[in-house]
Design a protein around this ligand. Structure first.
Ligand code: SAH
Ligand code: SF4
Ligand code: F3S
Length: 470
């Protein structure tokens, strides 16, 4: 019997950390250690940072006790995300006392949000570097080496790091994230991202396609195009026709039919029929859309400044299913936003039922300093009510996930093998186009990660499908 515990591995928003594995420094004099928190954008940025540091002569280490430079790439999205980072910093305090030359740096959204205030609050931190300032890391490190506190939190309207080849960290060698844009111009009232990441800007499509091609040539078989709002991707090279997201998707899909293409995140107000038709046209564009709902109530959506209504969202879901009946959907949901009533909460539940999400990221509302909601509305839903509503949302999602997986029993899917299953050496783990994790016995066949194989689903839990090779 196989055990059904392969976790959905892209659940990165809960503050998972990772350490570099891909670059072993030959003859490097100094070593860095990096941990990332938050969304995939941050994980992707850490790969840019690794590349910049490697150029500067740093080697990577997986063991922070050996590091000359410890970096935390941080997230501010909810208060808990910030608390996790602060706790981690206190763990480094002791180490720093025993290693005088060692530097500690804070990167990412918390660095941007708190700026030099960070240095007053956390005295052991030597470097504070915002998401658009990573090119200046070498210079900031030498300032910090000289005993100064080094800060650069300038946001940019142009920086996309387009020319920097990311060093793949903790990679399985098969799937990779490719950043296609930075920042966000939406002003969802609960959200800190526009303040920590700055204005939206799109990366040169040619550099994106080239990166995807070189990943494919290096053996990768899946790319996930990343942005806070990919549907508003828009790039115009000098003298050329503008490229929108549907066109970019097509260009990436044409790299090779063997290269799977995914993307995140879509905003319900911006995803176009053009994008849906492009998805339908190419088999290698995965039939999976992350379409955050946030709330199922039009009044709450309005307070959230999401700029769509319940009806608009529902129509989008229906349109997706009409164009691609086999398309899977996932969502982000916030419980207990300011003034949310019980009835409005139930509207969220009923929309989840309608959309039949395969998976959701679910949170209770956490007020963030400086956001529109913090300035305009009272965070008036008591914590116990928020938590109870969240529990109802989670329970419903668990049921929907299980129901969706049960519907897959007996079906056969083309699966991209990612790795040996974490639970058993004798099983493979891969995903289908719908982004569902499938575990199946190796059965002595001559297969390897990166291969495609047809698998029939025989059993399931809410998180995993179990099958066997056809
Ligand atoms: N750009 C993406 C989401 C980025 S943040 C989008 O527009 O969908 C990821 C998720 O965190 C959000 O979708 C939202 O559900 C959640 N989130 C953001 N701010 C939050 C807050 N203040 N409290 C609770 N959840 C929040
Ligand atoms: Fe935040 Fe809204 Fe932008 Fe997403 S679209 S990053 S939720 S402001
Ligand atoms: Fe967090 Fe910043 Fe991403 S706040 S969710 S790491 S953009």
């Amino acid at each position: 019997m196989l055990e059904l515990t392969e976790k959905v591995i892209d659940e990165t928003r809960q503050g998972e950390a990772f350490a570099p594995s891909a670059i072993e420094a030959v003859g490097a004099k100094r070593h860095f250690y990096i941990e990332s928190y938050g969304c995939q954008m941050n994980f992707s940025d850490s790969e840019i940072v690794a590349s910049i540091l490697a150029e500067d002569g740093f080697g990577a280490t997986r063991n922070f006790e050996e590091a000359d430079l410890i970096l935390l790439n941080t997230c501010s999205i909810r208060e808990k995300a910030e608390q996790t980072v602060r706790k981690r910093l206190t763990e480094f305090r002791k180490l720093k006392q025993s290693r005088p030359g060692m530097l500690v740096g804070v990167l990412g959204c918390m660095a941007e949000r708190l700026k030099s205030k960070f240095l007053e609050e956390e005295k052991l931190v030597d470097l504070v570097v915002g998401p658009d300032a990573y090119r200046t890391l070498p210079q900031l490190i030498s300032e910090a080496d000289g005993g100064q506190k080094a800060v650069n939190v300038l946001l940019s309207r142009e920086e996309t790091y387009a020319d920097i080849a990311p060093v793949r960290l903790n990679s399985n060698g098969i799937t990779a994230f490719v950043s296609i844009m930075r920042g966000c111009n939406n002003m969802c009232s609960f959200c800190v991202v526009p303040f920590t990441r700055g204005r939206e800007r799109s990366r040169d499509n040619v550099s994106i396609v080239n990166e995807c091609r070189s990943l494919f040539e290096g053996g990768y078989r899946e790319v996930t195009l990343l942005g806070q709002n990919v549907d508003s991707y828009y790039y115009t090279a000098d003298g050329a026709e503008p490229v929108n997201f549907a066109q970019l998707l097509e260009q990436v899909a044409l790299v090779s039919p063997l290269l799977r293409v995914r993307f995140a995140t879509s905003h319900p107000k911006d995803i176009t029929d053009d994008v849906l038709h492009t998805m339908a046209k190419y088999e290698n564009i995965c039939k999976y859309i992350h379409l955050p709902l946030q709330s199922g109530s039009t009044r709450v959506l309005q307070l959230m400044n999401r700029t769509y209504t319940r009806e608009w969202y529902q129509a989008k879901v229906d349109r997706i299913k009409e164009i691609m009946p086999d398309c899977a959907l996932s969502s982000d949901v916030i419980a207990g936003f300011c003034t949310e009533t019980e009835e409005e909460h139930r509207e969220t539940l009923s929309m989840m039922e309608h959309a039949k999400y395969e998976m959701s990221y679910m949170f209770f509302y956490s007020e963030r300093p400086g956001t529109l909601a913090q300035r305009r509305y009272k965070d008036d839903i008591p914590e116990d009510v928020k938590k109870r509503r969240l529990t109802e949302i989670v329970n419903l999602q668990n049921r929907l996930s299980l129901e969706s997986n049960r519907k897959d029993l007996g079906k056969t899917y083309k699966v991209l093998i990612e790795s040996t299953s974490r639970r058993s050496e004798s099983d493979w783990m891969g995903r289908n186009s719908q982004n569902k994790v499938i575990v199946f016995a190796k059965n002595g066949q001559d297969l390897k990660p990166g291969d495609y194989v047809n698998v029939t689903v025989q059993e399931c839990t809410k998180a995993t499908l179990l099958g066997s090779i056809v």
